[in-house]
Write a protein that binds this ligand. Structure first.
Ligand SMILES: [Fe+2]
Length: 243
């Protein structure tokens, strides 16, 4: 499996606190069948995590990769960010202060959970105007998605991909996120499922249960599509498929 949303850029946000914890998370992911992970620290969050792309973040990723190699944990680590979307996001992507997943056309974008729908659409259009294809992180968790039935179709029409959190499918983020995530699956509007892991103990990078759940409730092919094939295409900057 490939995980395009994971907080293993240690000491940067509310994810892994240090290198050892990040290594523990990656080792767990590997045991659970994941072979590639994008390190996606929160960034561009007003009054909170800045984490603009710089040498500090690059060095952390480099040290994580070399430590994994020394300890023979064969997981490919890709550069990325979980970008909190503001009016400045499109410009900051153009300037290289924010980055896409592994240098692809696909930035991982999150919003305030209570952001107004129209503001979301406007900011996403500004990002697509830069030639990027936004991957909306956990759309099922936003209030406007729960409140407006056609919001998910609007996001798709703008040209976004939709990344569902494994925890939403499992009911760990409340009823609204649970039902919204299931609706995205049933409508076949989800483009990827990711862990959004923050720790090796709670909100972990273990995606086996999500894979099993999708196999049981939908199909094996759909599980492979969401957890393996499409995320791999995203990380390789290939065109994604619709299921
Ligand atoms: Fe996240």
């Amino acid at each position: 499996m490939f995980d395009i949303h994971c907080h293993i850029c240690y000491g940067s946000d509310d994810g892994a606190e240090n290198l050892e914890t990040a290594v523990e998370m990656v080792a767990l992911a590997r045991e659970c069948g994941t072979t590639g992970i994008a390190a996606t620290p929160h960034c561009n969050v007003p009054g909170s995590y800045g984490n603009y792309w710089d040498e500090t973040l690059k060095e952390k990723i480099a040290l994580l990769r070399s430590t994994l190699s020394e300890r023979k944990i064969p997981v490919e680590i890709y550069e990325g960010q979980e970008i909190f979307c503001t009016d400045k996001t499109a410009r900051l992507l153009r300037e290289g202060k924010l980055i896409t997943l592994n240098g692809s056309r696909y930035p991982l974008i999150e919003f305030d959970f209570y952001e107004y729908a129209q503001d979301v659409y406007e900011k996403l259009r500004a990002i697509t105007a830069e030639g990027c294809v936004p991957v909306v992180a956990h759309p099922e968790r936003y209030a406007f998605v729960a409140e407006e039935e056609d919001a998910v179709f609007k996001l798709k029409n703008i040209g976004c991909l939709l990344q569902v959190n494994k925890g939403s499918l499992e009911g760990r983020f409340g009823r609204d996120a649970f039902f919204a995530s299931r609706r995205l699956m049933e409508l076949r509007l989800a483009d990827a499922v990711a862990s959004d892991a923050h720790s090796p103990y709670m909100r972990t990078p273990d995606m086996r249960h999500a894979h099993e759940l999708i196999c049981e409730e939908y199909s094996y092919d759909y599980a492979e599509f969401l957890l393996e094939e499409n995320p791999r295409r995203i990380l390789r900057d290939e065109d994604t498929n619709r299921y």
